[in-house]
Write a protein that binds this ligand. Structure first.
Ligand SMILES: Nc1nc2c(c(=O)[nH]1)N[C@H]1C(S)=C(S)[C@@H](COP(=O)(O)OP(=O)(O)OC[C@H]3O[C@@H](n4cnc5c(=O)[nH]c(N)nc54)[C@H](O)[C@@H]3O)O[C@H]1N2
Ligand SMILES: Nc1nc2c(c(=O)[nH]1)N[C@H]1C(S)=C(S)[C@@H](COP(=O)(O)OP(=O)(O)OC[C@H]3O[C@@H](n4cnc5c(=O)[nH]c(N)nc54)[C@H](O)[C@@H]3O)O[C@H]1N2
Ligand code: SF4
Ligand SMILES: [Mo]
Length: 720
């Protein structure tokens, strides 16, 4: 293929008559890939990768390419709506932005006066780059309650790494690690958070040794030198088992341990509880493989761990993260080139500063839902969703009266969907900002039409820890859609926060950039800014923790009443913990492995992307399928003690026959009734959100390690 150069772009413009090409960067997932957006007759005609982008180097995935089908989708919300029938009736009327925002403002003021600001919960899903404005609004309002996916996604990595070493250690692919251990992550499909699959693949091509820790044979596992096929939910035990080998064989970095680590002796005592025989029994991984992996990781320099969300959606969430950080730390791979770097952002105002966290009073902060139960989460302004549903359904510990979801579809994405439904049905008032009338939005009182990333100016990758910021440039305007940032800036003026906001949002972008002495207009003409890169900063100033050391033994967890060292706990439902239940539900269910074309509940109405994955599918081993009378492609029922749903079986021999793996977030936008089939295949009807089965520090819901049964669907409409 000819090299993609700017000369080519100019030629294409001439040949095809494009009006202009706008450089921006995609946000169909967590974002970051540089794009060239071709515009013809005022409309987006094509999206291609930008070869100059330091994040993606010209590569693009199916979602990025299909973004124009999102922008111009016929079902898109293009003006505000007010519900005129009962909840879920699907009866709406068009209203103006002024009327919609005035109604929301009136409700906010009313609930604040009568029930306190804490009765208003704002919510968002995963990184759609609106978190800073949402926290700013909530904090200035006085509500400590912002509901995110942070209890079981990324929040734990941030929280645990801050308490261990000051910030999130990022794999330095630019300097090509010589060994990469991919743990519960499938980044060539998910391109999550700070990472894209492309630089990872380049490092592999450069010869990096690869260890994959995954119950499923992913493409990454298939390329790995060592694949550790563990039993889901046993990651902490596996990591402690590897640490055992590294400690006993003295494969750790002795100088780092002596000078920069806090808590070595108690840490060694804990590690001693995990000899290889015991770890093999817990994890189902042969001990020889555990030993080889530990040796390979500890003796190849530089090495890095690419960790994913699978380790967080478990009862062992915080301990998984901390055990993996111990592996990074004691092998001397922290903050070294090609290892795991504590990158610095450019010196702009950061997300926390923008989010006005300091403005929330102590009295209101104390009221954070679940803050006393999940104390690590509480410190990082993260709440567990069940706390919100309990506050609505039982007014425990106080009533929540209003929900305002800006980019989230919790009915599909949070544990125990039945309870989520009851809470959304009951709440006094709900507003939603989205692109479509989703199953969640159908239960709202007011729905606001949100702008996509192609319809806004913003400073992209502002929240990430890789040290880059990139300009996102507005390309088109669709209907009356507005960005979440502009919408909240406007709403803030209507609820008396005006003095803390701006006349228009461009001024906010200037304010973020001000410490660098540049304006948004100037930044808009740049490709990106990168923070200063410096390695081994800890040698000069230590780590940003209470002891200034890398805390293997966490003084903060100890202060908050938790075990300061990582410890393994058996999953709440498991063959060993609940053997009677296992007899009735004889498979371990993992949920949510990512599909390339979808982003959680998004894109099922986008033709190019739905074509890639037309049906919800559940992977089952051929031996298990035979046992249950299931053939490839059959509709099957998956059932847990909490509910049952249908998906289509895909026979897959790349995992232990005792495991099945189901997709999450399925709804059917093509079904025009207001439920849009939210119950049919929604795996979160099976997941459990009981407090006792969540991670005790982070409140993570264990959506990856459940027990289930699976059988052919013989009901009418099933095709078995
Ligand atoms: N069982 C199970 N459940 C899971 C997971 C799993 O693995 N298994 N994964 C979990 C994880 S890691 C996460 S992060 C959560 C994600 O949960 P959510 O982020 O809540 O995901 P979505 O349901 O896709 O909700 C996003 C909604 O926002 C809309 N939207 C997208 N961009 C914007 C925007 O810029 N502005 C506005 N206003 N709206 C926008 C979309 O149309 C969509 O309806 O799901 C979790 N749920
Ligand atoms: N295309 C697409 N990309 C996405 C998303 C999307 O919905 N679609 N969602 C985004 C979001 S919010 C997130 S959080 C990221 C997540 O992205 P990743 O971290 O890559 O998460 P998954 O693909 O869900 O799971 C990774 C692997 O974990 C394995 N796994 C399951 N259970 C366990 C376990 O107990 N232990 C271990 N070690 N492995 C286990 C699964 O088999 C799977 O291969 O992806 C982001 N990117
Ligand atoms: S990986 Fe994410 S940012 Fe990159 S093109 Fe795909 S959807 Fe866009
Ligand atoms: Mo996530």
């Amino acid at each position: 293929m000819a090299e993609f150069t700017y000369a080519n772009v100019r030629k294409e413009m001439e040949v095809y008559g494009y009006d202009r090409v706008v450089k921006s960067h995609c946000r169909m997932c967590h974002g970051g890939c540089g794009v060239l957006v071709y515009v013809k007759d005022g409309k987006i005609a094509k999206i291609a990768g930008d070869p100059d982008c330091p994040i993606s180097h010209g590569t693009l995935c199916s979602k990025g390419m299909a973004a124009s089908q999102l922008v111009y989708h016929p079902d898109r919300l293009i003006h505000p709506l007010r519900r005129i029938g009962p909840k879920g009736s699907g009866k709406w009327e068009r209203i103006s932005w002024d009327r919609a925002l005035d109604t929301i403002a009136e409700r906010i003021q009313g609930y604040k006066e009568t029930f306190g600001a804490e009765s208003i919960v704002l919510g968002y899903g995963t990184g759609r780059e609106n978190e800073a404005v949402i926290y700013r609004f909530a904090n200035l309002l006085g509500s400590p309650n912002v509901l995110t996916a942070g209890h079981f996604c990324y929040g734990p990595r941030i929280a645990t790494s801050i308490i261990t070493c000051g910030t999130n250690p990022i794999v330095d692919y630019e300097n090509h690690p010589k060994c990469i251990m991919v743990w519960g992550n499938n980044l060539v499909i998910s391109n999550p958070d700070c990472y894209k699959g492309e630089p990872f693949s380049v490092s592999l091509n450069q010869g990096a040794k690869l260890i994959a820790v995954d119950p499923r044979l992913t493409r990454i596992a298939a390329r790995a030198h060592i694949w550790l096929r563990l039993r889901p939910g046993t990651d902490t035990a596996l990591a402690l088992g590897m640490l055992y080998i590294i400690v006993h064989e003295k494969l750790y970095d002795q100088q780092f341990v002596e000078e920069y680590v806090h808590g070595w002796d108690p840490f060694v005592q804990r590690v001693n509880e995990y000899p290889p025989d015991k770890v093999e029994k817990i994890t189902w991984v042969p001990k020889e493989k555990i030993i080889s992996a530990a040796r390979l990781f500890a003796t190849t320099k530089p090495a890095a761990i690419q960790w994913g969300v699978a380790i967080e959606q478990q009862i062992n969430c915080a301990d998984n993260n901390r055990a993996l950080m111990a592996l990074m730390g004691i092998t001397g791979n922290i903050d070294v080139p090609g290892g795991q770097v504590l990158f610095r952002p450019p010196p702009i105002r950061n997300v926390g500063h923008f989010g006005a966290h300091a403005r929330l009073s102590d009295v209101q902060r104390e009221k954070r839902l679940g803050g006393d139960r999940f104390r690590l989460a509480g410190q990082f302004a993260i709440i567990n969703p069940k706390c919100v549903w309990d506050a609505i359904l039982k007014e425990d510990p106080y009533p929540v009266k209003m929900l305002f979801f800006i980019s989230s579809n919790p009915l599909m994405t949070r544990g125990n969907a039945r309870e989520v439904y009851q809470a959304l049905k009951k709440v006094d008032f709900m507003a939603v900002a989205d692109f479509f009338l989703t199953p969640t939005a159908e239960l709202a009182d007011i729905v606001l039409p949100a702008a996509t990333w192609l319809e806004m100016d913003y400073i992209g990758d502002f929240w990430k820890r890789h040290g880059y910021i990139l300009p996102r440039r507005k390309v088109v305007q669709v209907g009356e859609c507005r960005s979440d940032h502009e919408m909240l800036n406007d709403l803030a003026h209507r609820v008396g926060q005006g003095e803390h906001w701006w006349d228009d949002f461009e001024q906010a972008l200037d304010w973020i950039l001000e410490p660098m002495d540049i304006t948004w207009r100037e930044f808009k003409d740049m490709d990106y800014i990168r923070g200063e890169v410096e390695y081994q900063k800890y040698r000069k100033m230590g780590f940003s923790t209470p002891t200034r050391k890398f805390e293997l033994y966490s003084t903060l967890l100890e202060r908050w009443g938790y075990d300061p060292l990582p410890q393994y706990h058996e999953p709440p439902e498991s063959p060993y913990n609940t053997p009677e239940l296992y007899e009735q539900y004889p498979y371990i269910l993992i949920t949510g492995a990512r599909s390339p074309g979808f982003f959680h509940t998004e894109n099922r109405q986008i033709p190019w992307l739905r074509e890639l994955h037309p049906h919800p599918t559940v992977e089952i081993h051929p031996d298990a399928a035979k046992q249950e009378g299931i053939k490839d492609g059959d509709w099957v029922v998956i059932e847990s003690p909490r509910g049952r749903v249908r998906q289509r079986a895909k026979l897959f021999s790349g995992m232990d026959p005792r495991i099945v793996s189901a997709q999450h977030a399925w709804w059917f936008p093509e079904q025009k009734d207001p439920g849009h089939g939210w119950e049919a295949s929604n795996i979160n009807l099976l997941t459990d959100n009981a407090y006792t089965s969540c991670d005790p520090a982070m409140g993570a819901t264990h959506v990856r390690t459940l027990l289930c049964r699976i059988y052919p669907d013989t009901t009418p409409g099933g095709d078995a």
